[in-house]
Write a protein that binds this ligand. Structure first.
Ligand code: ADP
Ligand code: ZN
Ligand code: ZN
Length: 746
C-alpha cells in the first residue's frame, strides 16, 4: 500500500475557499509524509503553505492534472489524527475555517528547533592527556582549554562559552580543532521559559476528608469506561489545587498525560511554582506571553513525551499529548476561556469534546460555577463534589452592602461612602493593606439616577440602555430601541441623572485628594501594557510598598496577599448594568472573587460593597456567599427570557469601512434570514440587525444581529445557507462577516 496523494488545506486569505486540495506526493517524500505535516505547494501562480490532512492511494479525478507538493516545511508532525478530528469539530461547531483552527492548534511563529555548536573532545581522556604532554609550552592557553574540557565534559559549552571560562578567545579553541583534538557537535538548545526560577521540591499534603472525597471521585471517573466531567466546587483556599496535584500524580503514575488550564492572568510565577515544585521538568508551561521559541520548545517537550503535564492558558487545550487522561480547568467560570478572535472557541467546550474523543476526564474547578456548568450538574450530565471549608477553617469575610442613594440623601457626594472612608482610614492607621476594586467592563456607560437608583432600561429586553456620547442617544443593543437622554429622572423627576462609568484614574485622583498619606498602586490596562508590569506591581504590593491597590478585574483573582484586611468595591452596578444577559452572573462571580482576596492572613478581613441597587439578588446573595440560591433565581430568569443555557445564540457581526455598506449588507442578510425563518417555519428568533455596541472599531463600522433558538444545528444550517445566498445577491467586496457561536460578549 502506498500513498501517492495528499489532501492539503492551503493557507489562503480568509474568504477565498475553505476546502482541501489534492496534490501528488513526490517519490522522495512518500516515506516521510504523514497527516499533520506542513508543506509548501503550488497554488495558481503562488507558492503557499498548507497542512496535510489526509493521505490517499487513489483519487477519483484525473490525476495527470494534479500538481506536486514542493517540499515539507515542518520536520515533524504538527497534529495527529485525534487533534485533526478535534479541529474539524471546532470548525464545524463554531462555523469557522479549518485552516484558522489548525493555526490555533499548532504552535505559532517559527517552528524550528534552535541548535548550538558544542565543543567535544575528539579522543578519550587518556589519549588527550598524551596529546597535552606534546603541546608546546607556549600554548598554555590551549592547554587550559583542554584541561577545562576534561574536567567539565558535561557542561555542553559552545566555543565562545568555553573560551570565556578560561579567559581566552575562540581562536584558541579553533586551533585545537585544527589539531583535530576537539570536534564540534550540533546540539539542541532548550529555551526554558522558567529557567530563572528555582523550584524547591514539595511533597503531597495528607488530604482532608473533603479533599480525599474529591480525589476519589476523580479516580472513579477515570476508571469508568467513558469520559466524564466533574465539577469541583470549592471556595478559594479550600485546597482545590492540592486535589489537582494529587490527581495529576496518579495520572502520571498510570503513564498518561494531563492538561491544566488556568486563566492567563493567574499564570503567575506562584502558580507555575506549585506545579513545577511538585513535578519538576515533567511540567510544560504554555501561554501567549512566552517567546515563539520558548513556546515551540515547550510544545516539543510535550510532543516527545518529555513533559507529561501542561499548565497553560486557553490554547494549552491543544497540547500534543497522545495519551490524555485528565483535563483540569481552574476558575472554569472565567469568560477568558472563550477566545475573542477567530476561531471563537470556548476552551471548556473544546475540553469536553477532547475528553470525549480520548476517554479522558474533565475537572472543572471554581467557587462560582458558570451557570451553564451548574445546569449540566442539575441535568445529571456532570458529577459534582464540593469543598465547603477553607483549609484552616478560616471564615469567609463579612460583606457589608452600602446603599449609595442614602449617601446622597445625607449630602455625601464622594466616590467613597462614609463607611468605606472610615474603614480606609482605619486600615491606613494600622498599616494594613487595602484593595479597591473598580468594576469597569467594556467601553460603554449607562445612565443612572443618583437620587433613586433608577437605571434606564430597554422596555423589551431587560437590559440597560447604553449611552452613545456622539449622538446623545440611549440605545438597546439587542433590539435597537432608542430614546433621547432625559434631563430628569423618569421615575422620581430628580435632576441628578448621571452617566456612569468612573474610570480608575478618576478614583485614583479621589484617593489622592481624600487620603493624602496613602500610597496607591493603580493597576489597569493602561499601567500594565509593558511585559511583566502586572507581576511587578503585584510584587511591590506584596512587599508592602503600597497601601492601596486600585484596579479592575485583573486584581480580582488568584493572588494571595496575607496583609489585606479590607476590600472595597467602588460600584457593583457597573457590571450589573452592562447590556448583557449575563450581567447578574458576572456581578455575583466578581463580588465573590474580590471578597476572596481578604482574610487570608491571621486577621479577619472585611468587604464593603457600594451600590445603587442594594437589593439586587446578585449583590444580596454574594453578601451571603450563597451560590445555590443565586443559581436558582438566575436560572429561573434565564428560562423566563429564553436565554442560554435554555437556548443557543449566534452573533453575526458585519464590518466595513463604509457605514452605508455595513447597514446595507446587514439589512440584506437580515432579510434573507427572516424570509427563511418564515418560509420554513423555523423555531428561531432573529434579533436585529442593529448597530453593534461597539459601533465603530479600528476604523470599521459594525452592525450585528443575533440568532436565538434551541436547535443549534438548525441555526447553523440556516446561517450557512443565508450567508451563501447573501454572497449571490450582493457584492460583499471587503465586507467581513464574523460569526460567533455561543458568544460571551454581546
Ligand atoms: P485553592 O486552590 O482551593 O485556592 P489551595 O490548594 O491553594 O486552595 O490551598 C490553600 C492553602 O492550603 C495552600 O497554601 C495549600 O498549600 C494549603 N493546603 C492545601 N491542602 C492542604 C492539606 N490537605 N493540608 C494542609 N494544607 C493544605
Ligand atoms: Zn431592547
Ligand atoms: Zn430617579
Amino acid at each position: 500500500m502506498e500513498f501517492r496523494y495528499a489532501e492539503v488545506i492551503v493557507d489562503l486569505p480568509i474568504n477565498e475557499v475553505d476546502k482541501p486540495f489534492t496534490y501528488l506526493i513526490p517519490d522522495q517524500l512518500r516515506e516521510e509524509i504523514e497527516i499533520g505535516y506542513q508543506v509548501k505547494v503550488p497554488f495558481g501562480h503562488r507558492q503557499l503553505s498548507g497542512y496535510v490532512i489526509e493521505l490517499k492511494e487513489e483519487v477519483e479525478s484525473d490525476s495527470t492534472k494534479l500538481k506536486e507538493i514542493i517540499k515539507l516545511k515542518s520536520s515533524l508532525q504538527l497534529f495527529d489524527r485525534e487533534l485533526l478530528r478535534l479541529a474539524k469539530w471546532i470548525a464545524d461547531y463554531y462555523q469557522t475555517y479549518l485552516i484558522t483552527v489548525l493555526k490555533s492548534v499548532i504552535p505559532s511563529g517559527d517552528i524550528t528547533q534552535k541548535t548550538e555548536r558544542i565543543v567535544r573532545l575528539n579522543y578519550s581522556v587518556p589519549e588527550i592527556k598524551q596529546e597535552l604532554a606534546k603541546l608546546s609550552k607556549r600554548a598554555y592557553k590551549q592547554r587550559e582549554v583542554l584541561e577545562y574540557l576534561i574536567e567539565n565534559q558535561d557542561q555542553d559549552l559552545t566555543s565562545t562559552a568555553l573560551a570565556e571560562k578560561v579567559n581566552t578567545t575562540s581562536g584558541t579553541v579553533r586551533r585545537l580543532y585544527e589539531k583535530d583534538l576537539i570536534r564540534y557537535e550540533e546540539m539542541e538548545v532548550r529555551r526554558d521559559p522558567v529557567a530563572d526560577i528555582d523550584f524547591e521540591p514539595t511533597t503531597p499534603f495528607s488530604l482532608t476528608t473533603e479533599q480525599q472525597k474529591a480525589l476519589n471521585q476523580i479516580e472513579n471517573l477515570r476508571e469508568a469506561p467513558e469520559s466524564g466531567t466533574l465539577l469541583l466546587k470549592g471556595v478559594t483556599g479550600s485546597g482545590k489545587t492540592e486535589v489537582y496535584l494529587q490527581a495529576i500524580a496518579q495520572v502520571i503514575d498510570d503513564g498518561q498525560d494531563a492538561i491544566v488550564l488556568v486563566p492567563e492572568i493567574s499564570l503567575t510565577p506562584q502558580t507555575v511554582k506549585r506545579f513545577k515544585s511538585r513535578f519538576g521538568d515533567q511540567i510544560a508551561i504554555y501561554h501567549s506571553h512566552l517567546s515563539n521559541g520558548e513556546r515551540y520548545d515547550e510544545w516539543l517537550r510535550m510532543k516527545r513525551g518529555e513533559a507529561k503535564v501542561v499548565v497553560g492558558a486557553r490554547s494549552a487545550i491543544f497540547a500534543p499529548f497522545s495519551n490524555l487522561g485528565l483535563i483540569i480547568i481552574d476558575e472554569e467560570h472565567e469568560t477568558s476561556y472563550k477566545q475573542g478572535d477567530h476561531p471563537k472557541y470556548q476552551a471548556r467546550k473544546v475540553a469536553n469534546k477532547r475528553a470525549e474523543l480520548t476517554g479522558a476526564v474533565t475537572v472543572l474547578g471554581t467557587a462560582t460555577p458558570a451557570l451553564e456548568s451548574y445546569y449540566q450538574v442539575q441535568q445529571g450530565n456532570y458529577q459534582s463534589v464540593s469543598l465547603e471549608n477553607r483549609i484552616d477553617n478560616r471564615p469567609l469575610p463579612p460583606v457589608e452592602v452600602i446603599d449609595m442613594r442614602e449617601e446622597l440623601e445625607a449630602g455625601h457626594r464622594s466616590i467613597f461612602s462614609r463607611r468605606l472612608t472610615a474603614a480606609i482610614e482605619d486600615r491606613l492607621a494600622k498599616n494594613e493593606q487595602i484593595i479597591l476594586f473598580l468594576n469597569r467592563r467594556g467601553f460603554s456607560t449607562f445612565v443612572l439616577c443618583r437620587e433613586c437608583g433608577f437605571v434606564l432600561e430597554c422596555p423589551n429586553c431587560d437590559v440597560s440602555l447604553t449611552y452613545h456620547a456622539d449622538k446623545t442617544l440611549l440605545r438597546c443593543h439587542y433590539c435597537d430601541y432608542q430614546r433621547k437622554v432625559p434631563d430628569i429622572c423618569p421615575e422620581c423627576e430628580s435632576r441628578y441623572i448621571k452617566y456612569f462609568g468612573a474610570g480608575t484614574q478618576k478614583v485614583e485622583q479621589a484617593i489622592i485628594e481624600e487620603f493624602p498619606t496613602a500610597r496607591v498602586l493603580r493597576m489597569d490596562v493602561d499601567t500594565t501594557t509593558r511585559k511583566g508590569a502586572h507581576q511587578r506591581m503585584l510584587d511591590r504590593f506584596r512587599n508592602n510598598e503600597a497601601d492601596i491597590l486600585l484596579g479592575t478585574q485583573m486584581i480580582a483573582k488568584g493572588h494571595d496577599f496575607p496583609n489585606i484586611t479590607l476590600v472595597g468595591v467602588i460600584t457593583a452596578d457597573t457590571a450589573l448594568n452592562f447590556p448583557d444577559f449575563r450581567a447578574a452572573e458576572h456581578t455575583f462571580q466578581l463580588l465573590t472573587q474580590v471578597a476572596g482576596r481578604t482574610g487570608r492572613g491571621d486577621i479577619v478581613g472585611e468587604v464593603v460593597v457600594q451600590t445603587y441597587d442594594p437589593d439586587h439578588y446578585s449583590i444580596q446573595l454574594a453578601k451571603e456567599h450563597d451560590y445555590e440560591t443565586f443559581y436558582q433565581q438566575e436560572i429561573e430568569a434565564r428560562k423566563e427570557l429564553d436565554y442560554p443555557p435554555f437556548t443557543h445564540l449566534i452573533n453575526l457581526i458585519i464590518k466595513h469601512e463604509k457605514e452605508v455598506k455595513v447597514s446595507k449588507v446587514a439589512n440584506q442578510l437580515g432579510g434573507i434570514l427572516n424570509q427563511q425563518i418564515r418560509d420554513r417555519e423555523l423555531n428561531v428568533e432573529l434579533l436585529g440587525p442593529i448597530p453593534a455596541p461597539l459601533a465603530k472599531l479600528r476604523g470599521k463600522y459594525r452592525w450585528q444581529m443575533i440568532l436565538k433558538g434551541r436547535d443549534l444545528d438548525m441555526m447553523r444550517k440556516l446561517n450557512s445557507y443565508s450567508l451563501e445566498a447573501l454572497k449571490k445577491t450582493v457584492n460583499l467586496e471587503s465586507t467581513v462577516i464574523s460569526v460567533d457561536v455561543d458568544p460571551i460578549k454581546m
